[in-house]
Write a protein that binds this ligand. Structure first.
Ligand SMILES: C=C(O[C@@H]1C=C(C(=O)O)C=C[C@H]1O)C(=O)O
Ligand SMILES: NC(=O)CC[C@H](N)C(=O)O
Length: 927
C-alpha cells in the first residue's frame, strides 16, 4: 500500500486526438516526472461547449485545475478544426489563463500553425522511422546527448526558414534563429535524415509563452533514453514558469469527487475518467442499453444467472464446480484423433490446436504448447450471440434455439458479467495446470471490434458477430510433456464422463503407439487415396477467385494517399478472396456429412500449414478453418497479459533463403511496419494496466512458418506486484500463481479488459486505429471483413484467456451459399500498407497469404506421394508404363506429381472395375 500523500501531486492534462500512442506518452510522463496525467479527448462533449460570446468557458475553467497540458499526436491536419478540437484553444488563452504546454507531433504542428507557421506535406512521409535529431542543447534539449527518435508524420512545419526554403543557412547559428513569419517560434531541433524532405523542424519553443513542442515521438519504444530527458526538462521549465506566474487566482484541484483527506492514485483518476467518459457518451450507458430497448431486455446479471443456473426448463442448471480432471499420457495421439474418438467431426465443435512438428513436438515455445478441445454437447451447450449493426444479443439453448433476445449498445458488459458469475477462482481439487478449465469459447468479428471504437454502420450479417459457447467439458493437450487432461467444470458429478473419456483416450493411445510412424496431424501427408473420395472431387471442383491485381494496387495507392495526407501512419488493407466448390451430394442431404467434410478440410489445412493458433470451429451456421500464426492477446490467471503482433512478411519461394528473408525483415520498411504496431499495442496495454506495467519482451524477431517468414514482437503487461515471465518457456509454464492465494489476490478481469479495449486487433487496422479503420472501410468499399480480422479463442473460468487473430482462415457461412449445390469459402488476406510499400509488392504479399490457406483447397503438392500397400497389392496393371512406375515406387524412389496422378487414375479405374465385377464389395473398402 502506498503511503498517504499529504499534498496532491501536480496534474497534467493530456489532450488525446484519437491517436494510438497517447497512453505511451501518459506512461512516459508518469514514469519520468512526479505527476498524475488525466486524459480527455479533443472533442470532449462537455468541454467543447461554446458560450454565446464564443468563449470556451467550460474548457478554460477546467484548465484551471491543471499544472500543465500536453497536446498529443493524431491523424490529420492542424488546420482542420475537427482534427485538433480543443487544442486550438490552448494557443489563444489569455495571459491570466496561460499554463505550460508541450505539443507533440500534431500538437506541435497545431502550436506552430497558431504562431505563423504553415503546415505542408513531406515529400517522403516518415512513419515508424528512427532518425537522429540535431538539436541546440538548449531549453528542453539541454543536457540531451545523441537523440535517436521515432518519427510518425506525413506533414511538417514550415517556418519559411532559410534552411527550409533555400536548403542552406549562411552560418550554422542561423539554424536556431526565428524567422520573420514566425518571430515567436525559436527553432530547437532539426532532422536532416531525408534528402528529399530537406531540413525538417523537430522542436521549438515560444519565446514569450510557456509553450514548447516536438515533432518526433519521445514515447516510442525505439526512441532512446534521451526522450525521457526532454520530458524532464519540459516539466522543470513548466514548474519554474508556474512558480513565477503572478496570476492564477482560482484554487485548483476541485475536479475530484474524492475527499481531500484521501489522496488520489493513478487508478482513482482512471476510474474517475472512465465514469466521466461513460457519462458523456449518451449512447453507451454503463450498462450498455440503448434507449429504445425492446421489452425483453435483460440485465447482464440476469443473463449471467441464466447461463450459470439455467431457468428450470430449457436451460440446464450448470453452476461451475471445482474442476474435475484426470490425466493420461498422450503418446502419439493427435488432437484430431481425440476429436474423432469423441465423435465431434459430425457435430458442432470448437478446437484450438497448436500445430506440431513432424516429431510431434511444439513448433514454438511460448505459443505452441497446448491444444484445447471444447466439447459441444448436443441439446445442452448454451451459446451467446451478438449481431453488430442491429445490435442484438441472443441467448440460445442447446438446440441452438433463441431463448432470449434483446438490444444492447455494448455486448461486452454482458460477457464480462457472465464470466464473473461462472468464475472459479479456486484451483481444481486435483491438480490441472491446463490453461483452460472451461468457460466461453468462440470468436468476435472485426465489425464487433469496430463498434468498440465507435466505427459503426455495418450492414447486418447472417452470422453472429460474437459467438461464444459455454463449454463445460474439455480435453486439453500439453504437447510439451505429452499429457492429456480430461476436465469437467461440472465437478465430481461429471465423474462418469471424465472417467469414460479418459478410458477411451487411454485405450486409443495404446493402440496408436503400436502403430508405425508418427505424424503431426491425421493427414500431414495427404493420402493419395483421397483420390477416390468425395474430397478429391471436391478439391478438383474448387475455383479460386482473388482480387484483381489492378484493383488491389489501386486500393494500395488509395491507402498511400491517405498516409501522404497525414490521415494515417499505416493501414492494414485486406480483401476477400473466395474458393467456390461443388457441394457433395451427401453434404446437401446431411448436416452431419457437411460437418465432417468441413472437418476433413480443416485437417488438410492444419496438415499443410501447421500454425500455433490453428482452430476449427463449427457452430450455428459458421464453419471456420483457421491456421493463424498470430496471437492477439492472452492472459494467465494472475492477469499477466501477452500480445504478439506480427507485421512484416516474406514469402518462401525459390531463391529466398533464410538469410535473405532475415535481411529483408531487417529493412527499415519492415521494421517500421512492426514498430508502429508495437507502439500501438503498448498504448492499449498501458491504458488498462497503467504506466509502470508494460514492457516489450521481444522486439522484431523473425519466425519461420510453412510458407512465410514473419516479423514478430511480444508485448507484456503485468498487474502490480506479480512476477513476470522471463523467457518464452516461462510464459507457458505452470507457475505458483495457480495457488489459491495468488488467484484471489490478483486484479480481477484486467486481462479481459485489455482484450475488449484492444479490439479490433491493431495488426489488422494500422495506426491511429480509429481513423485508420474509417479509411479502410472506405477503401475496402464498405465490404464487411466479418470473422476474418476478428479474434478467436477462450475465456477461462479460472480467469485466463487466449485469442488469436483470425487470419489465414477459410470461412463458410451456411445461409450465404448462393445455392445448395455450391460451397463458398471466404479467405480474407491483406497486409500493412505504409508509405514505403509498393502496390505490386503488397499485391504479391496478399496473394502469398491467401495461398497459405488456399493450399487446403488445392490438389496435394508434388511431395513424395505414398500408396497404400493394400492397394498396390490388388492391382495387376497391364499398362507397361504403369508397371514401371509402380516398380520404381516400390524401390522407394520419388515420383513427380504427374506420375503420381497418372498412377492414381489407373488405380482408381482398376478399383472401379473390381467393384463392378464384384471382386471387392465397395470401392471404399480399400480406402
Ligand atoms: C492481413 C493479414 O496479416 C496481417 C498482416 C501482416 C503483415 O502486414 O505483415 C502480418 C500478419 C497479420 O497481422 C493476413 O494474413 O491476411
Ligand atoms: N503523429 C502525428 O501526430 C502526426 C501528425 C500529422 N497527422 C502528420 O502526419 O504529420
Amino acid at each position: 500500500m502506498a503511503p498517504a500523500i499529504l499534498t496532491q501531486r501536480p496534474r497534467i492534462l493530456f489532450l488525446d486526438a484519437y491517436d494510438s500512442f497517447s497512453n505511451n506518452i501518459v506512461a512516459l510522463v508518469e514514469q519520468t516526472v512526479n505527476v498524475d496525467v488525466i486524459k480527455i479527448f479533443i472533442d470532449d462533449a462537455n468541454l467543447s461547449k461554446v458560450t454565446t460570446s464564443g468563449d470556451h468557458a467550460a474548457f478554460t475553467d477546467y484548465l484551471k485545475t491543471f499544472d500543465g497540458v500536453i497536446a498529443g499526436p493524431g491523424p490529420g491536419w492542424a488546420k482542420c478544426d475537427k482534427d485538433v478540437g480543443l487544442m486550438r484553444e490552448l494557443w489563444e488563452l489569455r495571459d491570466e489563463q496561460l499554463l505550460p504546454v508541450l505539443g507533440i507531433c500534431l500538437g506541435f504542428q497545431s502550436m506552430c500553425l497558431a504562431f505563423g507557421a504553415d503546415i505542408q506535406r513531406l515529400e517522403e512521409p516518415k512513419h515508424g522511422i528512427v532518425t537522429t535529431v540535431l538539436h541546440k542543447c538548449q531549453s528542453i534539449f539541454r543536457g540531451v546527448e545523441h537523440l535517436l527518435a521515432t518519427q510518425y508524420h506525413s506533414l511538417h512545419v514550415k517556418l519559411d526558414h532559410p534552411i527550409q526554403t533555400k536548403r542552406a543557412v549562411r552560418y550554422p547559428a542561423q539554424l536556431w534563429e526565428s524567422t520573420d513569419s514566425c518571430p515567436q517560434l525559436e527553432p530547437l531541433a532539426w532532422d536532416f535524415d531525408s534528402e528529399r524532405n530537406g531540413a525538417v523542424l523537430m522542436g521549438v519553443r515560444h519565446v514569450q509563452k510557456p509553450f514548447w513542442g516536438v515533432q518526433f515521438h519521445p514515447e516510442s519504444v525505439c526512441t532512446n533514453e534521451e526522450g525521457k530527458r526532454i520530458i524532464q526538462n519540459w516539466w522543470a521549465d513548466a514548474q519554474s514558469w508556474n512558480r513565477k506566474r503572478i496570476f492564477r487566482n482560482v484554487p485548483k484541484h476541485n475536479l475530484a469527487s474524492k475527499t481531500q483527506s484521501s489522496p488520489m492514485t493513478v487508478a482513482d483518476f482512471r476510474r474517475e475518467l472512465d465514469l466521466y467518459t461513460a457519462k458523456n457518451q449518451s449512447k453507451h450507458s454503463r450498462l450498455g442499453f440503448v434507449e429504445n430497448v425492446d421489452s425483453k431486455t435483460i440485465a447482464p446479471e440476469k443473463l449471467a444467472s441464466l447461463i450459470a443456473r439455467g431457468d428450470g426448463q430449457s436451460l440446464p442448471y450448470l453452476p461451475p464446480y471445482i474442476v474435475h480432471c484426470r490425466t493420461t499420457g498422450s503418446g502419439r495421439l493427435t488432437v484430431a484423433d481425440v476429436c474423432e474418438l469423441l465423435e465431434m467431426p459430425r457435430r458442432e465443435a470448437i478446437v484450438l490446436e497448436s500445430g506440431l512438428q513432424s516429431n510431434l513436438l511444439p513448433m514454438a515455445v511460448g505459443t505452441g504448447r497446448y491444444s484445447i478441445i471444447g466439447v459441444v454437447i448436443p441439446g445442452e451447450t448454451l451459446r451467446l450471440h451478438y449481431y453488430a449493426g442491429i445490435q442484438r444479443m441472443q441467448l440460445r439453448d442447446g438446440h441452438d434455439k433463441v431463448h432470449t433476445e434483446w438490444n444492447v449498445a455494448d455486448p461486452w458488459p454482458y460477457v464480462r458479467e457472465v464470466m464473473k458469475s461462472i468464475q472459479r477462482p479456486i484451483p481444481p481439487g486435483n491438480s490441472t495446470w491446463a490453461p483452460f478449465w472451461g468457460g466461453l469459447m468462440g470468436y468476435a468479428s472485426y465489425e464487433a471490434g469496430l463498434e468498440t471504437i465507435d466505427v459503426n454502420g455495418h450492414e447486418e450479417a447472417s452470422y453472429p458477430d460474437i459467438c461464444f459457447a459455454y463449454i463445460t467439458r474439455t480435453v486439453v493437450f500439453d504437447h510439451q510433456i505429452k499429457k492429456v487432461y480430461v476436465q469437467s467444470i461440472r465437478g465430481i458429478h461429471d465423474k462418469g464422463w471424465v472417467d469414460g473419456t479418459l478410458e477411451k483416450i487411454y485405450e486409443h493411445a495404446g493402440l496408436k503407439s503400436r502403430e508405425s510412424t508418427p505424424s503431426s496431424t491425421g493427414l500431414a501427408q495427404v493420402d493419395p487415396f483421397e483420390a477416390h473420395s468425395m474430397m478429391h472431387q471436391y478439391i478438383d471442383s474448387c475455383q479460386q477467385s482473388t482480387a484483381g491485381q489492378n484493383e488491389y494496387c489501386d486500393k494500395v495507392r488509395a491507402c498511400q494517399d491517405a498516409i501522404a495526407d497525414g490521415q494515417s501512419y499505416e493501414l492494414c488493407l485486406t480483401t476477400r478472396n473466395e474458393v467456390r466448390a461443388r457441394r457433395p451430394a451427401a453434404c446437401r442431404i446431411s448436416h452431419a456429412e457437411d460437418n465432417e467434410h468441413s472437418w476433413n478440410l480443416y485437417k488438410r489445412l492444419a496438415g499443410q500449414n501447421p500454425a500455433p493458433f490453428s482452430a476449427y470451429m463449427r457452430m450455428h451456421n459458421v464453419h471456420i478453418l483457421s491456421s493463424s500464426p498470430e496471437r492477439y492477446i492472452s492472459w494467465d490467471r494472475s492477469q499477466t497479459s501477452q500480445c504478439r503482433p506480427i507485421k512484416g512478411t516474406v514469402q518462401k519461394k525459390p531463391g529466398v533463403t533464410a538469410d535473405i528473408a532475415h535481411a529483408i525483415l531487417s529493412s527499415s520498411k519492415e521494421r517500421a511496419e512492426n514498430l508502429m504496431i508495437v507502439d500501438l499495442t503498448r498504448h492499449q496495454l498501458h491504458g488498462v494496466y497503467g504506466s509502470e506495467n508494460v514492457r516489450v519482451s521481444q522486439l522484431m524477431e523473425v519466425e519461420e512458418y510453412e510458407t512465410l517468414w514473419q516479423l514478430v514482437s511480444v508485448v507484456e503487461a503485468v498487474p502490480d506486484g506479480i512476477h513476470t515471465a522471463k523467457t518464452a518457456e516461462d510464459w507457458e509454464n505452470p507457475r505458483e500463481y495457480a495457488s489459491r492465494m495468488r488467484v484471489e489476490k490478483s486484479a480481477p478481469q484486467l486481462g479481459f479488459e485489455a482484450f475488449v479495449k484492444s479490439l479490433p486487433p491493431g495488426s489488422m487496422t494500422g495506426a491511429p486505429k480509429k481513423r485508420s479503420c474509417e479509411i479502410l472501410k472506405d477503401v475496402e468499399d464498405g465490404v464487411r471483413r466479418g470473422i476474418y480480422s476478428g479474434v478467436l479463442g477462450y475465456l477461462d473460468v479460472g480467469g485466463g484467456g487466449d485469442f488469436s487473430v483470425v487470419i489465414r482462415t477459410a470461412i463458410k457461412i451456411d445461409d450465404d451459399q448462393s445455392n445448395d449445390k455450391e460451397d463458398v469459402w471466404r479467405i480474407g488476406a491483406g497486409g500493412a500498407v505504409t508509405s514505403q510499400s509498393t502496390p505490386e509488392g503488397e499485391y504479391e504479399e496478399m496473394v502469398a497469404k491467401f495461398g497459405s490457406t488456399n493450399r487446403a483447397f488445392m490438389p496435394p503438392p508434388a511431395a513424395k506421394p505414398k500408396l497404400d500397400r493394400r492397394a498396390i497389392e490388388i492391382i495387376e496393371p497391364d499398362d507397361p508404363e504403369f508397371a514401371e512406375l509402380l516398380a520404381s515406387m516400390r524401390g522407394g524412389e520419388e515420383l513427380t506429381l504427374d506420375d503420381a496422378q497418372l498412377m492414381l487414375r489407373a488405380v482408381e479405374q482398376e478399383l472401379r472395375r473390381r467393384a463392378a465385377a464384384g471382386e471387392v464389395d465397395d470401392v471404399t473398402e480399400v480406402e
